[in-house]
Design a protein around this ligand. Structure first.
Ligand code: XIL
Length: 482
């Protein structure tokens, strides 16, 4: 697939228009932004990220539409480089361990777990109001030697895989927002990849993996994750058929992760937004999980423009699909990128340069987020709200509405969710109820609400900023009382 880039010019002129907008003017028009608000100056003295996220940071801008902006984290750099640490905290609202949750690293010797590096990252995330994207439970790569050379029988491999998933998900229970449960199970032509797991267990290993993960942490969002499935094509068709079947069989899968490792020598994926929308139409969430845009070195100014366009367009595709809840880059600094080590002669794939200075691609993302006020609000906050008995969107006067929801991570158990009800009066929304409900040990909250009058209503759930968690909230849910 080597399509010429015709989309290129329009993306560039959009960038030019965006650049003309004054960031301050746009931000001044914002109200009640959950992160990076004008009130951030009141939080001076707190650790970065928890209370003082820069208001023009990627995470603050994205939070206005409920989108999470993530990065893969190199935990060695996080431990040793203060600038790296500061950017991770300031710019991103989720973190993915680039390596330290992989089987090879958590169980280097059979039966002996080492969670230390991953635990450190979870702690960092909590201190900076970030959610954690768990990566990865079932993969053919970065497996421990004892496993790949052990000559295990299919029955033994099944037990080992179940134990791995159960133990790892249980260890992090309540602290993981999304898990990559199965990674890269398909070939580019849409056939299933020949792996240890397929050979021993058959294609049913995928459904089993999701069931085992769900049992160990019922609140984590469970994803199928792969590359080259961003656009329409044989591989994304195959993944589409798989997840459609899994949904039909009641397998607990919540979404699809599109890795989005792009390369400027190829065209942008074919109809990315339409492809994402068909997954969304199955009731699935979407996450861009590993975005980077590599190029052959040295990078010319034309290639740099192509890179900006790829970052812009992938973010725009996510912003345009309401079920797209996170946009995660696979590391942010070129000095730490996996690209040069894997793709000979290529690099410069990230949004910060070798010296951790933001590149034009960083500003391309930032400018797209400044315009995100037009994008629909999404549930990328970790807070969900369900209004049961309201599937038709209306309720009879005198009847009650059961309001239910969950909060991720469940480490927020014991803190409060605020439920706000507004009623329409003329052209205005007036608050008629505001109640606080306590989050249970399993992350759930509920409220039995009885509206007092007929009319047009809306409700939303919000959680206030805590020392360990950013403020978050759902979109308004409209309903009628008749
Ligand atoms: C890569 C890491 O970035 C490298 O540090 C490591 O040596 C190999 O794995 N798809 C995935 C990621 O799902 O786990 C891979 O990460 C990149 C491709």
């Amino acid at each position: 697939m080597k399509v010429r880039r015709s989309v290129f010019i329009s993306a560039l002129s959009l960038t030019a228009v965006l650049a003309a907008l004054s960031l301050t003017a746009v931000l001044a028009a914002q109200t009640a932004a959950p992160e990076g608000t004008a009130s951030s100056s009141h939080h001076s003295g707190q650790s970065p990220g928890a209370g003082a996220v820069p208001r023009d940071s990627l995470r603050a801008l994205a939070s206005r539409v409920g989108l999470r902006i993530g990065t893969a984290v190199n935990t060695d750099a996080l431990a040793t480089n203060a600038t790296y640490r500061q950017i991770t905290a300031d710019q991103f609202s989720t973190v993915t361990p680039e390596n330290v949750m992989k089987w090879q690293l958590v169980e280097p010797t059979k039966g002996t777990y080492d969670w230390s590096a991953a635990d450190q990252l979870v702690k960092f995330a909590q201190a900076h109001g970030q959610l954690v994207h768990g990566h990865v439970l079932v993969w053919h790569s970065q497996l421990p030697d004892w496993l790949t050379t052990g000559n295990y029988t299919p029955a033994q491999l099944r037990d080992l895989l179940r134990k791995h998933i159960s133990d790892e998900v249980s260890h992090f229970r309540g602290h993981i927002w999304q898990w990559d449960v199965v990674n890269e199970a398909f070939n580019d032509d849409g056939t299933m990849r020949d792996t240890l797991w397929l050979r021993a267990l058959g294609p049913g290993y995928i459904a089993d993996a999701f069931r085992w993960a769900h049992r160990a942490d019922p609140h984590a969002l469970l994803l199928y994750n792969d590359y080259n499935i961003e656009g329409l094509g044989a591989k994304s068709d195959a993944v589409y058929e798989l997840v459609k079947q899994l949904r039909a069989q009641g397998v607990p899968i919540d979404g699809v992760g599109l890795q989005t490792h792009l390369d400027t020598q190829y065209g942008f994926p074919d109809q990315m937004q339409q492809n994402m929308q068909r997954f969304a139409d199955l009731g699935l969430k979407l996450a861009l999980t590993e975005v980077d845009v590599r190029s052959t070195l040295p990078v010319t100014s034309t290639v740099q423009l192509a890179q900006n366009a790829d970052y812009s367009q992938s973010l725009q595709a996510c912003l345009l699909v309401r079920q797209c809840i996170s946009y995660t880059v696979w590391g942010f600094g070129d000095a730490y990128s996996w690209v040069p080590g894997v793709f000979a002669g290529q690099g410069a794939a990230d949004i910060y340069d070798e010296n951790l200075q933001p590149k034009p691609s960083y500003y391309a993302l930032q400018q797209n987020l400044i315009l995100d006020t037009g994008a629909p609000h999404r549930d990328g906050t970790g807070v969900t709200l369900k209004l049961s008995g309201l599937t038709s969107g209306s309720v009879k006067l005198g009847k009650s509405v059961m309001v239910k929801g969950t909060v991720t991570p469940t480490s927020l158990a014991g803190s409060k969710v605020t439920l706000t009800v507004q009623k329409k009066k003329g052209a205005k929304w007036l608050t008629v109820e505001s109640v606080a409900r306590t989050i249970s040990a399993s992350g759930a909250y509920s409220w039995k609400y009885t509206p007092g009058k007929r009319g047009a209503y809306r409700m939303r759930a919000t959680i206030a900023r805590t020392t360990a968690h950013a403020a978050a909230g759902t979109a308004w849910r409209p309903f009628k009382v008749t």
